[in-house]
Design a protein around this ligand. Structure first.
Ligand SMILES: [Zn+2]
Length: 103
């Protein structure tokens, strides 16, 4: 009897987490679609995840594309961009970035 209850509860928990995972994956997919569209169009319409009203703009620093917020100057890297970054002269890269921010 109690075993049956445990199994049932476990089943419900699994179902709950499965559904939560599906939701998270769907959200991520929607986000990636948005980013892909923006990239194709050559503009980033991504909103800054940190501040209100900030828009992420793609800029190139040492040939590495990064998304920078036009409001708070927050910097966001897509997957793969960090990898490219590690292949550049990282100190020089950061100097370029900071120089860009002070413009
Ligand atoms: Zn921002």
């Amino acid at each position: 009897m109690s075993n049956g209850m445990d199994d049932r509860r476990r089943g419900l928990e699994e179902e709950y987490f499965h559904r939560k995972n599906q939701e998270a994956i769907e959200k991520l997919r929607a986000k990636m679609r948005l980013a892909a569209h923006a990239k194709e169009a050559g503009v980033s319409s991504m909103k800054c995840p940190r501040c209100e009203g900030g828009v992420l703009k793609e800029i190139f620093i040492e040939d590495v594309p990064i998304d920078m917020c036009d409001k708070c100057a927050g910097v966001w890297l897509d997957s793969g961009e960090m990898e490219k970054l590690t292949q550049t002269d990282i100190a020089r890269w950061f100097r370029s970035l900071w120089g860009r921010m002070e413009e």
